[in-house]
Design a protein around this ligand. Structure first.
Ligand SMILES: [Cu+2]
Length: 147
């Protein structure tokens, strides 16, 4: 029995750094083909308020903000950037204000109250601490007109 334990010890010591490297590489890194997008809402659309928007995601998952454990490495939660001219800092938590709307519960649709006129909408995924993934997952910015 002692022999067996000794034989396994060097292997487990080696396994620890390897596991750490693997976790670091995979942390919050969506695969290249992953994407987020608005379902059924196209650039140039003329819409009415309130506007029901549906958030699509492929190649990555949805999980509420604050998720712990390994799930946080393979999923995030949506944010709608409304009339945001410059994308927020990708290495910091996404601001929380009228232009940066968080869907903390992992919602995949929302009812947006919009004033008449032109607006831009863009989706940006965030991690358990509201920071964009690395590389970030964001949709194309679309412009809509509210009647
Ligand atoms: Cu958030």
């Amino acid at each position: 029995m002692f022999k067996k334990i000794r034989a396994h010890k060097p292997a487990s010591i080696l396994a620890i750094p390897l596991l750490l490297v693997a976790t670091f590489v995979n942390a919050h890194s969506p695969p290249k083909e992953a994407k987020v997008y608005f379902i059924g809402l196209t650039d140039g659309a003329v819409v009415e308020s309130p506007l029901k928007v549906k958030f699509g995601i492929e190649g990555f998952g949805i999980t509420p903000a604050g998720t712990t454990g390994t799930r946080r490495h393979t999923a995030g939660h949506h944010h709608v950037l409304m009339d945001v001219v410059q994308m927020p800092d990708m290495d910091a938590p996404i601001p929380r204000d009228a232009k940066h709307i968080h869907f903390d519960d992992g919602e995949t649709e929302a009812l947006l109250q919009l004033t008449p006129g032109k607006h831009t909408l863009q989706l940006l995924l965030g991690d358990e601490q509201h920071e964009p993934q690395d590389p970030p997952l964001f949709s194309k910015k679309i412009e809509i007109t509210v009647r």
